[in-house]
Design a protein around this ligand. Structure first.
Ligand SMILES: Nc1nc2c(c(=O)[nH]1)N[C@H]1C(S)=C(S)[C@@H](COP(=O)(O)O)O[C@H]1N2
Ligand SMILES: [Mo]
Length: 163
């Protein structure tokens, strides 16, 4: 089963299994209470980071998808409120919902260029890497590439923010 790998500027890199995620403090029984319209249960990223110990040098969190093709890197300060969704009922979060592991940032901006936006809600997550300075970020940087990404995914998505 997919594990969540945490590495980089942490005291100790770790792989967290479903069972280990369940055992952490900071559980969110229903992510819909924080992020309207979303389903599943999860755990606060902050609990995960506390479990591995953040090194003082860390400034950014980079979340990378299982296929390595999609990643978003945002300021650590901005992701403390993030939720890592990993379950639906008593089972894993299905792939159709971005599972088995997916990120959610509460109160995000519409899709825009970098920053804390809906595009940073990485699906099919493999790992989180803490770093000093920004890490790799593959989020689209134009309305056109954003449209292309969502066409590949096979579903429409929210408007690109008018800037
Ligand atoms: N692994 C992965 N995560 C991803 C993406 C992607 O292409 N691959 N697209 C991102 C973008 S641009 C958006 S807007 C949101 C869309 O999430 P949704 O499909 O749940 O609405 O997922 C983000 N997470
Ligand atoms: Mo997006």
């Amino acid at each position: 089963m997919q594990q969540l790998h945490i590495e980089g500027e942490v005291q100790q890199a770790r792989d967290l299994s479903f069972v280990e995620l369940v055992a952490l403090p900071g559980q969110v029984a229903d992510v819909g209470t924080l992020i309207p319209g979303r389903e599943g249960g999860g755990v606060r990223l902050q609990s995960i980071l506390e479990a591995v110990g953040i090194s003082p040098a860390a400034t950014h969190s980079t979340v990378v998808s299982s296929d390595g093709k999609f990643s978003a890197s945002v300021l650590l300060d901005a992701v403390y409120e993030a939720v890592v969704a990993y379950r639906l009922g008593s089972g894993p979060l299905p792939q159709t919902k971005g599972g088995p592991i997916r990120f959610f940032l509460p109160n995000v901006e519409e899709c825009a260029i970098r920053g804390v936006d809906a595009c940073a809600n990485v699906k099919f997550v493999r790992l989180t890497r803490l770093s000093y300075g920004p890490g790799k970020d593959t989020r689209p940087t134009s309305a056109t590439s954003h449209d292309e990404l969502h066409t590949q995914e096979g579903h429409e998505h929210s408007k690109w923010r008018k800037v």
